[in-house]
Design a protein around this ligand. Structure first.
Ligand code: RB5
Length: 152
């Protein structure tokens, strides 16, 4: 598994912690920025990570902004992306089991680093349950296809 990771200034400190956790877990990650605490616009970094996942270039992504809301909005614009804002453990687990979420979004101003690390641990180690959930994901793909073809 290779994970694309990105953040804005509000997620920068937490991103460093998550990168070091992924390193401990021997999970490869590619850092799409931002590279410092200076104020930036979250769509610029959300776009890079979402594109990598949407195109199939990388398996999964992690995005961090202040609340996680902005990054979620950006990421879910991309076809094939199922981004889930998970600021607690249960949602993190369910987002993999039922939704096969391929981008985890965290709120850097909401979760502390220890909880965030636990969320990431659970998220990367939980597999999609498949079965009845496959048909539901297929319906999401059909919506994407329809919108691509006909617009609203
Ligand atoms: C930046 O101040 C903040 O708006 C951003 O990190 C994020 O929370 C947006 O949803």
């Amino acid at each position: 598994m290779t994970i694309a990771i990105g953040c804005d200034h509000a997620g920068f400190e937490l991103k460093k912690e998550i990168i070091s956790l992924l390193d401990d877990l021997h999970i490869e990650c590619i850092d799409y920025g931002t590279e410092g605490p200076q104020s930036v616009d979250y769509p610029d970094f959300g776009e890079k990570v979402s594109e990598a996942v949407s195109s199939g270039k990388l398996d999964k992504g992690i995005l961090i902004c202040g609340t996680g809301i902005g990054m979620s909005i950006v990421a879910n614009k991309f076809p094939n992306v199922r981004a889930s804002l998970c600021n607690e453990l249960f949602t993190a687990k369910m987002s993999r089991l039922h939704n096969d979420a391929n981008i985890l979004v965290l709120g850097g101003r909401i979760v502390g680093k220890d909880l965030a690390k636990e969320i990431v641990r659970i998220w990367v180690s939980t597999n999609f349950e498949g079965e009845r959930h496959c048909a539901r994901l297929k319906k999401i793909t059909l919506i994407e296809d329809r919108l691509k073809k006909h617009g609203f």
